[in-house]
Design a protein around this ligand. Structure first.
Ligand code: CA
Ligand code: CA
Length: 73
């Protein structure tokens, strides 16, 4: 029974992780929490990396929370 609960817990955690990974939030991408997403931070996320230049409206090389709102997931 204990083994079953352990397996169940691991599965539940995996599902939670996948759900998180499929929907990016500004906070989750902004690794150093400086309020902007840099090219290096966006680099870990394929879809975001592809849209980075388009999203960076003021072309300062980083995304503000306002610019990130345009990200199509
Ligand atoms: Ca940052
Ligand atoms: Ca910008």
């Amino acid at each position: 029974m204990k083994q079953f609960l352990k397996t169940f817990a691991v599965c539940a955690l995996s599902v939670a992780f996948v759900a998180q990974a499929s929907e990016l939030t500004f906070e989750s991408v902004d690794a150093d929490e400086n309020g902007y997403i840099s090219v290096a931070e966006a680099d870990s996320y394929e879809a975001l990396k592809e849209q980075f230049k388009k999203l960076d409206a003021d072309e300062d090389g980083q995304l503000s929370p306002e610019e990130f709102k345009g990200f199509a997931q």
